[in-house]
Ligand binder design. Structure first.
Ligand SMILES: NC(=O)c1ccc[n+]([C@@H]2O[C@H](COP(=O)([O-])OP(=O)(O)OC[C@H]3O[C@@H](n4cnc5c(N)ncnc54)[C@H](O)[C@@H]3O)[C@@H](O)[C@H]2O)c1
Length: 271
């Protein structure tokens, strides 16, 4: 048997990570880079994306970045063009960019129509746009992995947060539809459902819940930690936990897995 570098070896592969500049996207980019992949960081925050591509390069693989709003089809087309110009191929697309509402959402107890519209533009159409932008290239090469970051919120409707949970249920569903459509071309499409992670998205959720119906003396972090009692493993997840699942699904080790939604949530949901 030949000696392999590690169980998951992505050396020579190229990945695009949307929303890759911070939070979960950063954890995914670091794990994929540690497995050897070159990474294109696509984020609406151009400066943070550039800094993150430097972190990738510091690990050894090549890092590039671009300012991309995934709600805009022309921008994701340009993203794929830039990644191809820089690296010559795209093997992996991670649709991670996501939001919890339109500007000012933490001030609202339930989603406004602007929240519903913007969240669908980013969390659902963002996946559709980027997948459409990359699929011709993957189809031509009869290979590719697409991983969509959904959420455990997509498993059950969230009171006061229906716009978010509905968008994540859609992310799981569109994963299945695209997995069917692209299977003939040997392209795998899966989703990962993170549980609770202390990123800027959750800082805002905790602030909002405390402002609207919480104990004013409790900190956001305490409110977040109260969630752990429902989690069988009793702890939060980290961006690297999500990165580990994405690295596996992006590798040929997962060649016969498609259309799945993998919970990385300490056992919160067991389905
Ligand atoms: N934090 C959690 O507990 C949690 C749980 C389940 C799922 N998720 C999902 O994980 C993903 C990442 O979440 P996070 O917690 O790291 O959030 P975050 O807010 O910390 O990071 C989101 C990143 O996406 C970028 N972004 C936002 N809108 C964009 C757009 N239109 N185009 C391109 N980039 C954009 C931001 O600049 C940022 O870098 C999201 O899809 C989120 O819904 C998060």
């Amino acid at each position: 048997m030949t000696q392999e570098r590690s169980y998951i070896d992505l050396a020579g592969k190229v990945a695009i990570v949307t929303g890759g500049a911070t939070g979960i996207g950063r954890g995914i980019a670091l794990r994929l880079a540690q497995a050897g992949a070159d990474i294109f960081i696509a984020d609406i925050d151009a400066d943070a994306a550039k800094t993150m591509s430097g972190e990738v390069a510091a690990l050894g693989p090549r890092g590039e970045s671009g300012e991309v709003d995934v709600s805009d089809q022309a921008a994701t087309d340009e993203m794929v063009k830039s990644a191809l110009a820089a690296f010559g191929r795209v093997d992996i697309l991670v649709n991670n960019a996501g939001i919890a509402g339109a500007s000012g959402w933490p001030e609202r107890a339930t989603g406004s129509i602007e929240d519903w519209n913007r969240i669908f533009e980013v969390n659902v159409l963002g996946i559709v746009h980027a997948s459409r932008s990359v699929s011709d290239h993957m189809i031509e090469r009869r290979s590719g992995k697409i991983v969509n970051i959904a959420s455990v919120a997509g498993r059950r409707g969230s009171p006061g947060f229906a716009h978010y949970s509905t968008s994540k249920a859609s992310a799981i569903n569109v994963t299945q539809a695209f997995a069917y459509e692209l299977a003939a071309h040997k392209i795998n499409v899966n989703s990962v459902c993170p549980g609770v992670l202390w990123t800027s998205l959750w800082h805002d959720i905790a602030d909002r819940r405390l402002k609207i119906d919480g104990d004013p003396k409790m900190s956001g972090r305490q409110y977040f930690e109260n969630r752990f009692e429902n989690i069988p493993l009793g702890r939060e997840q980290t961006p690297e936990d999500i990165g580990n699942a994405v690295a596996f699904l992006s590798s040929d080790r997962a060649r016969n897995i498609t259309g799945q939604a993998l919970n990385v949530d300490g056992g919160l949901y067991m389905n």
